[in-house]
Design a protein around this ligand. Structure first.
Ligand SMILES: NC(=O)c1ccc[n+]([C@@H]2O[C@H](COP(=O)([O-])OP(=O)(O)OC[C@H]3O[C@@H](n4cnc5c(N)ncnc54)[C@H](O)[C@@H]3O)[C@@H](O)[C@H]2O)c1
Length: 352
């Protein structure tokens, strides 16, 4: 029983479907809700939905991932007389699902919601783990809570309209999951990526595997206090690189920054953990071929190191803490890395 409650709290039920609207109708036949309301990415017009429920649309970007948009969703719920028997359906990428999840968690102390992720990143990452929230005073995801959807419908047909940049961004997160936890998946992903297209017939199986891995890690550490840190591989430097790109007004998609962060973390892993260098060279090649040469001025290194130091996972350590690898599939969490070593890794990254 306890396990059941635990599961319901932190891990959503994943439904893989090629028709998410039919899947929703099946759910509505099984479970009674007083009302259904939609929050959707403005990329989709209400007319693109076969189901006719009230829809509130959101411009999905980091500027709109704010308390103002949360208030707009609360107003939409309030104006439609939503109660705890209302089902909120969030259709969109991670911005929409994080915002709608937070609004659902807090409206009348919690109403049920389901997510329909429409980007690859949202399918493989944001859809699992129950993290919801929004940006506050320039800090990403500063306010939020853990609150899982009742169900998540993964429908890969959404990927057919997704821009290549967004696909690559999500793909980087899949590579990250695989490199820390499943080397078979890692080489399957690279093979699928280099020889076909990520949205090919096999992509649903690869997405499913990446989600299963994340679910297993989340179940073992739902509050993100230990094991779940392995999913931050590439994110210590990656978040700093993303933040610097925002400061400079040339915003890098999240997965692009994570890809650079993974190369930096692999360099540090070769330096300090004995990681064989072939995997570093493989990721360096993928970065250059698909994501583009990383650009950074030497004068930016100081700012990057400052941003790495301010990572919220660093707590009280003297030096920044990284997730590194002993080998593919064998991560080590909480490794203190000196400033000189970080500089060396950045020099490698930006000399590629
Ligand atoms: N909760 C979590 O665990 C978690 C995990 C990872 C990321 N996130 C959050 O997710 C957000 C990033 O999400 P994202 O990468 O999904 O991007 P996003 O939600 O910002 O969407 C990216 C762009 O893709 C468009 N779009 C969405 N679906 C589309 C489709 N099917 N076809 C064409 N265009 C489409 C959107 O309109 C937007 O312009 C960040 O705010 C991040 O903090 C949350």
């Amino acid at each position: 029983m306890l396990i059941c409650i635990f599961w319901r709290t932190f891990a959503a039920y994943m439904v893989y479907t090629h028709n998410w609207q039919s899947a929703l109708l099946s759910l509505l036949e099984k479970r009674m809700f007083k009302q259904v309301l939609f929050v959707a990415d403005s990329f989709f017009s209400a007319r693109s939905f076969r189901l006719s429920y009230p829809v509130f649309t959101i411009n999905a970007d980091e500027v709109h991932k704010s308390i103002d948009t949360v208030q707009d969703i609360w107003s939409f719920l309030h104006d439609n007389d939503a109660t705890r028997s209302t089902l909120l359906v969030a259709v969109g990428g991670g911005v929409v699902t994080d915002l709608a999840g937070f609004a659902a968690a807090t409206f009348k102390r919690g109403i049920p919601y389901i997510t329909v992720p429409t980007t690859l990143l949202a399918m493989v990452d944001a859809s699992t783990g129950g993290k919801t929230g929004f940006n506050f005073r320039g800090v990403k995801n500063e306010i939020g809570c853990f609150y899982s959807p009742v169900e998540t419908f993964i429908d890969v047909s959404f990927l057919s309209t997704l821009p290549r940049e967004q696909l690559l961004s999500g793909f980087a997160e899949m590579l990250k999951t695989a490199v820390v936890a499943d080397t078979v998946l890692l080489y399957e992903l690279i093979d699928a990526f280099e020889n076909t297209a990520i949205w090919s017939a096999d992509c649903e199986r690869l997405i499913q595997r990446a989600v299963e891995i994340k679910q297993a890690v989340v179940e073992a550490d739902p509050r993100d206090t230990g094991l779940r840190h392995i999913l931050n591989f590439g994110h210590t430097a990656g978040h700093a690189i993303e933040a610097l790109s925002i400061e400079k007004g040339a915003v890098l998609p999240h997965g692009y920054a994570v890809m650079q962060g993974m190369v930096a973390a692999m360099y540090l892993s070769v330096l300090t953990q004995g990681l064989p260098s072939d995997i570093l060279h493989l990721f360096s090649r993928l970065l250059l071929e698909y994501y583009g040469r990383p650009v950074c001025r030497c004068s930016d290194f100081d700012r990057l190191i400052e941003l790495i130091r301010s990572d919220k996972k660093n707590h009280s350590a003297l030096n920044p803490l990284f997730v590194l690898l002993r080998k593919a599939g064998e991560p080590v969490i909480g490794v203190e890395v000196s400033e000189a070593q970080i500089r060396e890794a950045l020099e490698y990254l930006y000399s590629l």
